[in-house]
Design a protein around this ligand. Structure first.
Ligand code: SF4
Length: 277
């Protein structure tokens, strides 16, 4: 069986940057998971003594708190500073951008519409920057239920599909006089999405590697599934099952933006083993 990686996959700029920042700040703690990959978080703990704390109140004056790639709500950041915690910001610049837009546009009197998952840390963070009204929708259908002002500004979660964002914008254009659209979907997402679509069209089995709670991995998996019905979302080589590769000729592989190379390599080695036995 042929095994091939998508042309673009895995770690993006923001995750590489956050990991480097964490490695440079030994004996610190991240507030919330630095990235959505539990294996990599364990490695940072083991090799760099970078702990993980989900409790804001565990940080005391003088502690070093590394802010995760998805960012945190504005009031929580303010509280850390107020407590004299040494804050090291590893928020991805592509996430800081929609936070700034949300703050700026809402203070100019726009209702801000955020396309994303309300429960996701990135969106909780972005929404917290609004000084006026901000609403979160997960699909174009949810727009109908909203009563928005004439002036609307729109941002999207960095990992969303552009086609879904376009549907939301198209709907707003019909019902509103002024719609300010900011394309906050990040290029790393585009590249990995285009590449997974391309390889999934050819493959007869697709393996998408990444955390089960990683939004961008779930998107990649959904695209893979659109093109190849034998697509599987796994977190590590331990999730692989031999029967997935029965009578298959071409296995395509993609990985989410927080999946480290050592996990991808372990998956490839195990697929080789399973498909040859
Ligand atoms: S996927 Fe994009 S927005 Fe998210 S961390 Fe990576 S570079 Fe930043």
């Amino acid at each position: 069986m042929k095994i091939e990686l998508a042309e673009s996959y895995g770690f993006c700029f923001g995750v590489k940057r956050a990991i480097k920042i964490a490695e440079e700040n030994k004996n610190s703690a991240t507030y919330g998971p630095l990235i959505h990959n539990s294996n990599e978080i364990e490695r940072l703990k083991r090799d760099f003594n970078v702990a993980l704390s989900e409790n804001l109140h565990s940080f005391q004056a003088g502690d070093v708190a590394v802010i995760r790639t998805h960012g945190i709500p504005k009031d929580e950041l303010a509280l850390l500073h107020k407590r004299n915690v040494d804050v090291i910001d590893a928020t991805c610049p592509y996430v800081t951008k929609p936070q700034q837009i949300c703050e700026e546009m809402s203070s100019q009197g726009y209702d801000v519409l955020i396309f994303g998952d309300e429960a996701h840390p990135e969106i909780k963070g972005v929404k917290s920057y609004a000084v006026g009204h901000a609403y979160v929708v997960n699909s174009a259908d949810e727009v109908d239920a909203l009563v928005l002002r004439e002036k609307v500004a729109v941002v999207a979660q960095t990992t969303r599909r552009i086609e879904d964002y376009q549907r939301i914008v198209a709907k707003l254009m019909i019902s509103h006089k002024e719609v300010r659209v900011f394309n906050t979907i990040c290029n790393a997402t585009f590249d990995n999405q285009d590449a997974v679509r391309k390889i999934a069209k050819e493959a007869d089995v697709m393996i998408v590697i990444g955390g089960k709670n990683s939004s961008n991995t779930k998107q990649l998996y959904s695209i893979a599934l659109d093109e190849c019905s034998s697509s599987y979302h796994i977190e590590s080589d331990e999730d692989l099952q031999a029967e997935w590769f029965d009578k298959k000729d071409f296995c395509g592989i993609s990985a989410g933006a927080s999946t480290p190379d050592w996990i991808i390599q372990a998956v490839i080695e195990r697929i080789k083993l399973l498909s040859s036995s």
